[in-house]
Design a protein around this ligand. Structure first.
Ligand code: AMP
Ligand code: MG
Length: 482
């Protein structure tokens, strides 16, 4: 692990590293180098993203080596970050990057600092019992879904590259190994705050707080305003997820980003037919992270962040009450963000509380008919929504009330076009794509990436990707990334 391979000197690939996390004190991370793999081969490099990050020289023959971790690009200072977290409500005092290595950061053409991280790059001091590896399936799922989320307009980590390792990883069976290169505004999590708070290390907690403020919320100078800023972004994020039928699947506090980006795509999925209690994750046996529960769980996660921030207060005891009151404002924050998102889906720009009724009435009808979430909303524009309802009478009545309401709107069509995608990464498509890639055919992976890059466009070549799964194609469960 500590072989400190020399940097390859003659690379044309130039990553303009500007590393800040590596300057934090000992104890925030462990310096590690990625473990080399046998036979790296490049599956994909995201050239537009590379450009935005300021990366040059993508014609370099060493790309597979770099993004597999076999060669370190100049300026990298590889490390594994420490964090803790509540997993399914249980506090785990030490998690950390067990199979990921932060290569470093770049400041992009937009002035934003971003992490470049290899995921699946071998063991670290935080690997516990794990092998430090990832298999091809979750790597490609994260690549496709995170890039689709970005194209849908949702704050998210991005995928810069995917590489086959040429090695097998052993799960229930031997599977092809892969490494994902992930890009994030940072990998600071609620769990990063929890680890120092739980240890009573107020000095480290203060250092982390100052770092997070400088990096993400420069206007938030005290813990209460910082907490509020994170709450705002998380409320907006979860409302956005709900408006697209997205289910994260593992909203543990270590998978909850301080920057407000969607992070850690494990057993995530988009809903086909609408049901608020939908769960796909095979490890979520009690539906803790079901579709609708996400709005409650994010409040719980923010309460954990508030608890961790308490010890930064001059009188932590006295701060409990105001912090609790602050957390209690979050459900209303989410409700408002939810109303704005869903109102746009039915063509309403400035919703009043009464408009919520119109939305929930539609959702109730959809639930009864097991209507396809995406195709129903897009169908409101295309005039095909009615087909989704087994008994269209209820829908016809709803349509009358809806038409009366949107007669008062200026540009409902435009709003709806921007809020109701044609394409979402449907689970059965993702599973098919993975099966093809395991068999050596990456064409479906590339096709999905290019189709999902324009999810609001109605392209005739992508008509098949709009179809919900046939009964025998329905994916019952998605499995954790490990
Ligand atoms: P995740 O479920 O991917 O969010 O991971 C939870 C924790 O388990 C994190 O600390 C990961 O680094 C660690 N982990 C997941 N998979 C592996 C693996 N294959 N080897 C080592 N650590 C892992
Ligand atoms: Mg995680």
């Amino acid at each position: 692990m500590q072989d400190h391979r020399p940097y390859i000197g003659d690379m044309t690939l130039q990553i303009p590293f500007d590393n800040s996390y590596a300057t934090l004190p000992d104890g925030f991370f462990a310096r590690v180098t990625p473990e080399p793999v046998k036979a790296p081969s490049l599956i994909a490099i995201n050239a537009p993203l590379a450009h935005d990050l300021g990366i040059d020289g993508l014609d370099d023959p060493n790309l597979a080596d770099v993004f597999a971790g076999n060669a370190l690009p100049e300026g990298a200072s590889p490390l594994a970050q420490l964090y803790a977290g509540h997993q399914f409500g249980q506090y785990n005092p030490q998690l950390g990057d067990g199979r990921a290595v932060l290569l470093g950061e770049t400041v992009g053409t937009d002035g934003i600092r971003r992490d470049i991280q290899l995921k699946g790059s071998g063991r670290t001091p935080y690997s516990r019992m794990g092998d430090g590896r990832a298999w091809l399936g979750p790597v490609l799922r994260e690549y496709v879904v995170s890039e689709a989320m970005h194209a849908l307009g949702v704050p998210t980590t991005r995928a810069l590259a995917a590489v086959r390792t040429g090695e097998r990883v052993v799960r229930e069976q031997p599977l092809p190994g892969a490494v994902l290169t992930r890009v994030a505004q940072s990998h600071l999590r609620v769990g990063t705050f929890q680890v120092f708070a739980a240890r009573g290390d107020t000095k480290a907690l203060q250092t982390l707080f100052d770092y997070a403020v400088a990096r993400h919320y420069p206007d938030a100078t005290d813990p209460a305003t910082f907490l509020n800023a994170v709450m705002q972004r998380q409320a907006a994020l979860v409302a956005h997820w709900l408006s697209l039928g997205f289910i994260h699947g593992v909203m543990n506090t270590d998978n909850c980003s301080i920057s407000g980006e969607t992070i850690d795509y494990g057993p995530c999925a988009f809903m086909d037919s609408y049901h608020p209690e939908t769960v796909y994750s095979s490890i979520d046996r009690f539906g803790r992270y079901s579709y609708a529960a996400q709005a409650d769980i994010i409040v719980w996660n923010m309460a954990q962040l508030a608890t961790a921030l308490l010890s930064l207060m001059p009188d932590p005891e006295a701060a409990v009450e105001p912090f609790t009151a602050q957390i209690h404002t979050m459900p209303e924050m989410i409700r408002r963000a939810w109303l704005t998102r869903f109102a746009a889906k039915i063509g309403i720009a400035d919703p009043t509380p009464e408009d919520a009724r119109l939305i929930t009435d539609l959702l109730t009808l959809m639930e009864i008919s097991e209507a396809d979430f995406t195709n129903t909303f897009r169908g409101l524009i295309e005039g095909t929504a009615r087909d989704q309802f087994s008994d269209p009478t209820g829908f016809d009545q709803w349509t009358e009330a809806w038409k009366t309401r949107i007669a008062r709107e200026e540009s409902p069509q435009e709003l709806m076009r921007a809020a109701n995608p044609v394409l979402i990464p449907r689970n059965h498509r993702i599973e098919d794509m993975i099966a093809s890639a395991v068999a050596g055919d990456d064409a479906p992976f590339h096709r999905l990436n290019s189709a999902y890059a324009a999810p609001y466009a109605d392209h005739p070549d992508h008509a098949d990707l709009r179809q919900p799964p046939k009964p025998d194609e329905v994916v019952q469960a998605t499995f954790c990334g490990t």
